[in-house]
Design a protein around this ligand. Structure first.
Ligand code: CA
Ligand code: CA
Ligand code: CA
Length: 281
């Protein structure tokens, strides 16, 4: 695919097209506002080590949690990052997206660790008021992509994806309304080797647009990751499946529709652009 590499600028054009006026713009949560402070303390990412509990980009809040312990530092939820390492596999490179930059070669993108063996609650995204989210661009992190491509040793080894094995890694995006009630869910496969024809098997390594209009008007988004490669543990409250593949994904350019009910228009505009790109490509 060609169109999924296009920039936030192209997105802006699509949104303007669908609205009929450029001044009636959607909010594009691109992380470049918060990214302007990087590097910070010599790091090209921010994971909440100051205990702030999250950060806000373009008015949208991304939760995180950071704690220090004798066993090392623990982080979950969201980080923003400008890390461009596409080759280092492992925890030391946990804040890198596999394309090596944000959408449209932008500097900054978001990285989430929604937890392994959870049903959500860690990688929360909160909107300032209920809105339709047109969609966002998603991809794998470097660590997860390389773990699937090459396999990985350690406590719960992962075999390389390939052959006839029907491996998969799935991101489920959950919507919630202002009362906290679920509005729906959208599934996006970050890797899918379940195809009978193995030439169709894939690991996502470019930014891909995911339409989220099906969630309706939401106040909150949450994220859950599941996959084929799991270990089962029981800590006394019943068996829980923990993902062996590093449980991370990356996100950039979350597009929020300005007015209720115009989500379909934005989606149509983006779809039109996608069709044009496909034909042109
Ligand atoms: Ca960006
Ligand atoms: Ca496997
Ligand atoms: Ca296959």
């Amino acid at each position: 695919m060609v169109w999924d590499l296009r920039s936030a600028r192209a997105l802006g054009v699509a949104v303007a097209l669908s609205m009929g006026t450029a001044s009636f713009g959607a909010t594009v949560v691109d992380f470049e506002d918060v990214g302007a402070s990087l590097p910070s303390d010599g790091k090209f990412y921010y994971e909440g080590a100051d205990g702030a509990g999250g950060f806000t980009s373009r008015g949208v809040h991304f939760r995180n949690q950071f704690s220090e312990s004798p066993f090392g530092d623990f982080w979950d939820g969201w980080a923003y990052s400008q890390v461009n390492d596409t080759t280092t596999q492992g925890l030391v490179n946990q804040y890198a997206a596999i394309p090596g930059s944000g959408v449209g070669s932008s500097a900054t993108y978001g990285v989430a660790y929604p937890g392994s063996g959870t049903t959500g609650g860690l990688s929360l995204v909160d909107l300032p008021s209920p809105k339709t989210v047109a969609g966002a661009w998603f991809t794998n992190t470097t660590w997860a992509a390389l773990a699937m491509r090459n396999g990985e040793g350690g406590f719960a080894p992962v075999d390389p994806f390939g052959g006839d094995e029907p491996d998969w890694l799935l991101l489920t995006i959950l919507g919630f309304d202002a009362l906290g009630d679920p509005t729906g869910s959208v599934e996006f496969y970050l890797a899918d080797y379940r195809f009978e024809d193995n030439s169709q098997d894939y690991i996502v390594e470019d930014w891909e647009w995911v339409d989220l209009t099906g969630l309706g008007e939401v106040s909150r988004l949450d994220f859950v990751m599941t996959g084929s490669d799991v270990s089962v543990f029981d800590f006394g409250e019943g068996p829980v499946e923990f993902l062996d593949i590093p449980s991370y994904f990356a996100l950039d350019d979350l597009v929020i529709v300005p007015e209720p009910g115009s989500g379909a228009l934005v989606a149509a505009g983006l779809g039109l652009l996608a069709a044009r790109r496909r034909r042109a490509g």
